[in-house]
Write a protein that binds this ligand. Structure first.
Ligand SMILES: Cc1cc2nc3c(=O)[nH]c(=O)nc-3n(C[C@H](O)[C@H](O)[C@H](O)COP(=O)(O)O)c2cc1C
Length: 159
């Protein structure tokens, strides 16, 4: 079983958005191969309108190019990207996404896919912080077993 197949098997009902792409990072890639139901809710689209497209469809006027360049460099280096991006739903509403994206490697080290865990966060009010992680908080904190497991795996944590 590949890592992608494993994710597909457990991600379906997860409350966190999960999206898997192919490893082609230059346009028109990466191409979304799988998205779970929670990802469809997060980005305000039917899964049929998500699979087959590049994650760039979520970008808009206030999506920071600098953060996207950091994202691109991490993908090209086969490293994890953890960051915050302004994204847009199909109806044009903007939301802030926390994204934890990692490469999925085959046994020989080749990157087969990328997987991202994504959730909506809000800016904390009145609390000055030094790091981006302290500046945002998730809109809802789920208590389901997968969320607990992701926490144990340090998904969304600074590692
Ligand atoms: C698994 C995965 C999920 C991604 N999710 C998002 C996303 O939610 N929003 C976004 O703006 N970009 C997302 N991206 C990043 C874009 O696909 C693209 O890599 C980014 O715009 C930087 O590359 P570019 O400089 O070629 O545009 C994701 C990439 C991957 C591999």
């Amino acid at each position: 079983m590949t890592a992608f197949e494993l994710i597909r098997a457990f991600a379906h009902d997860a409350t966190v958005g999960i999206v898997v792409t192919d490893p082609m990072i230059e346009p028109p890639g990466p191409t979304i191969l799988y998205a779970n139901i929670a990802f469809g809710w997060l980005v305000g689209r039917e899964l049929d309108d998500i699979v087959g497209h590049s994650p760039r469809f979520m970008q808009g006027r206030e999506t920071r190019r600098e953060t996207l360049d950091t994202f691109h460099r991490a993908l090209a280096a086969g490293e994890r990207f953890h960051g915050y991006l302004a994204n847009y739903r199909a109806d044009g509403t903007k939301y802030r996404a926390e994204i934890d994206c990692r490469p999925l490697r085959a046994a020989d080290g080749r990157i087969e896919n990328f997987v991202a865990f994504e959730r909506e966060v809000l800016r904390r009010i009145g609390r000055p912080t030094i790091s981006a992680a302290g500046r945002y908080e998730p809109i809802s904190e789920s208590k389901d077993p997968l969320t607990e497991a992701l926490r144990a795996l340090a998904v969304f944590e600074h590692v």
